[in-house]
Write a protein that binds this ligand. Structure first.
Ligand SMILES: [Zn+2]
Length: 306
């Protein structure tokens, strides 16, 4: 049976349960907290994350895919402490976000893939924890030359290890087209790729174009933010794609990071469970379709099993 790497070691795919596709536990840009420790209160971040993830677990969330990277101050030891204390199953990521360290600018895709493969097969730093997913990111600037090297490296690492890829993409500018193109050029297994932040677009035709390449979509960033689709618009787009037959390729999440938002009750990790999913049900989406998106699709994505 296929397993998924988590902070607590390999987990049987069947035990993933209700899974949020794109979240964070602790993140800061550019290792600010390591260099200026007085600016980041790690103890406060840890205790708040434990509190919110304990609540999320009690509310029915079993697993989160944590997509913080080294340039987002990924702190796998802290994430593992939070996972352990809250009972949440957490998959952590290798890869890079938008602040690609200059070191990688002059590396070949093969050399970049070597770095990602190390974190997938050997582990992240000295934690012994292995990455279960590869994160890459392209925002409004599109796929820059440096970011293209990272995409190609991620595709090669995925091919070599079977580890899936989850992207951050700027949907209003349809940057997903270029992400898909680069992955196809590298012969990445397209059924192991998830194009993320896709619910920032309300254009179902654009999203269907991506889906036709064989990828998954992460319909995340619920409940939305100023200048972006609100949660009702996100639901409308999700419903449209379900109606077009794509439920088996959709995952949902919040892209939530406790430290970057004021605390809410219930925790924002439960926004889907308490607000958006009940509204989808009210709009006629059957429970089995919701289970498909929240349970089966993340398992297919993470394990490669159909
Ligand atoms: Zn994110």
């Amino acid at each position: 049976m296929a397993t998924v790497e988590t902070t607590a070691g390999p987990l049987a795919g069947a035990d993933l349960g209700f899974t949020l596709s794109h979240e964070h536990i602790a993140m800061q840009p550019a290792n600010i907290g390591r260099h200026y420790p007085w600016l980041v209160d790690r103890d406060a971040i840890r205790s708040r994350a434990i509190r919110e993830l304990t609540e999320a677990k009690a509310g029915g969330v079993d697993t989160i895919i944590e997509l913080s990277t080294p340039d987002l101050e990924r702190d796998v030891a802290l994430i593992a402490q939070v996972a352990n204390a809250s009972g949440m199953q957490v998959v952590v990521a290798t890869g890079l976000w938008r602040d690609i360290p200059r070191y990688f600018w002059t590396r070949s895709p093969e050399e970049i893939a070597d770095v990602f493969v190390h974190e997938i097969e050997v582990g992240i730093a000295d934690t012994g924890i292995k990455a279960g997913v590869i994160k890459v990111a392209n925002d409004a600037e599109g796929v820059t030359p440096q970011a293209e090297l990272v995409l190609r490296g991620a595709a090669q690492a995925s091919r070599r290890t079977g580890c899936p890829i989850s992207t951050h993409h700027w949907a209003p500018k349809e940057v997903g087209h270029r992400q898909v193109e680069v992955f196809q050029e590298e012969n990445a297994p397209m059924d192991r790729v998830c194009i993320g932040h896709s619910a920032d677009s309300t254009d179902a035709d654009y999203l269907e174009d991506l889906l036709n390449a064989g990828v998954f979509l992460s319909m995340d960033r619920y409940p939305g933010a100023d200048g972006r689709p609100n949660w009702q618009q996100r639901n409308t787009t999700v419903k449209e794609l379900i109606d077009r037959g794509w439920a088996g390729k959709l995952m949902l999440g919040h892209d939530y990071a406790p430290g970057l938002h004021p605390e809410e009750s219930p925790t924002r990790y439960l926004f889907l469970s308490t607000v958006a999913l009940p509204a989808l049900r009210k709009d006629g989406v059957p429970q089995e379709t919701i289970d498909l998106m929240m349970r089966d699709v993340p398992r297919h994505f993470l394990t490669g099993e159909s």
